[in-house]
Write a protein that binds this ligand. Structure first.
Ligand code: NAP
Length: 279
């Protein structure tokens, strides 16, 4: 049992809701495995409470993560924003420095890059269908392009939001699907779900795979106790698929490295997530 003292650093997940997040399980297992004197808690908060919480925790020597729906607001509050925050307009990790400045990064991008590499080896030169245009989709688009994807088609319920994401991050390699029927008969090396469909066990799959002619692999950024509807639909279509658990571990590992300037204990983190999913 670890001893909590006055020197223990407090790291907090700030968002709404936070009750179902596996980040506390993931990070406390990592702190214990690596011998870090820190404790990770989840704090539900409204948008207008965010700046006070972030500054107060950072000034006390701590930091944390930001989750849905505050990532964009958090990005606008930083004194020192990383290039990834500036490009995506979203912040998921924050910490303070000795001069009291608030730093932020977006480790969802590094998380998705590492998870894609682990699942596929390489995404260089491939054609991708990306579903969604929220914070996770922005991270996925940036990660896919930085890993060398050749072309990314973005489909989202709100087409305008997809256009905004393509303009901000995509450059010439991103295109927007105007209507779902434009996908009929198309082929993709990879399909990525970055919508929130799948968070609830009753959610339908965000994609009817039967519309497409060929899909190489499928990656869901959503994770849950059961296989998500997207993963099930992909596998029924004969496509190799995985959910967002490895991305969760990898974005958490990248955050750990920023807070502690030390290598993250990946195996302990994976084991904690798997145990929480089974239990
Ligand atoms: P967000 O910014 O709120 O975006 C939600 C996305 O889902 C938007 O594209 C939205 O479309 C779409 N959507 C919502 N309801 C829909 C519906 N009924 N039908 C079709 N599309 C719908 O959320 P986010 O931060 O991007 O997160 C998205 C998911 O990724 C969440 O489940 C989150 O848990 C997951 N995630 C996982 C990780 C990980 O580490 N594995 C990291 C980050 C996020 P509109 O634009 O039309 O509203």
């Amino acid at each position: 049992m670890r001893t909590i003292t006055a020197a223990t650093r407090v790291l907090a997940l700030l968002g709404d809701p936070v009750e179902h997040s596996l980040s506390p399980v993931l990070q406390n297992a990592a702190f214990a495995a690596a011998g870090m004197d820190g404790v990770y808690v989840a704090v539900g908060c409204e948008a207008d409470e965010l700046v006070g919480l972030m500054r107060g925790i950072a000034r006390a020597g701590g930091g944390g993560n930001i989750t849905l729906p505050h990532k964009e607001k958090a990005a606008s509050m930083l004194d020192m924003a990383s290039d990834t925050v500036r490009r995506t307009g979203a912040c998921n990790t924050f910490w303070g420095d000795e001069r009291g400045r608030l730093h932020g990064d977006n480790t969802d991008v590094e998380g998705v890059r590492r998870a894609l590499r682990g699942f596929l080896g390489s995404v260089k030169g491939i054609r991708v269908l990306l579903l969604g245009a929220g914070g996770a989709a922005r991270a996925a688009l940036m990660g896919l392009l930085e890993e060398g994807a050749d072309e990314v088609l973005i489909q989202n319920r709100s087409v305008e939001r997809a256009r905004a994401v393509a303009r901000r991050i995509g450059g010439e390699r991103a295109r927007v699907v105007a209507v779902p029927s434009d996908l009929d008969g198309e082929s993709f090396d990879l399909v990525v779900n970055a919508t929130r469909l799948g968070l609830s066990p009753d959610d339908p799959s965000p994609l009817d795979f039967e519309r497409l002619s060929r899909v190489g692999s499928a990656v869901d950024l959503v994770y849950g106790r059961q296989p998500t509807a997207f993963v099930r639909a992909a596998e029924e279509f004969g496509v190799r698929a995985t959910d967002g658990a490895e991305m969760l571990v990898q974005q958490g590992a990248a955050s750990f490295e920023l807070w502690w300037d030390a290598e993250a204990p990946l195996e302990a983190m994976r084991a904690a997530v798997e145990a929480a999913r089974v239990g």
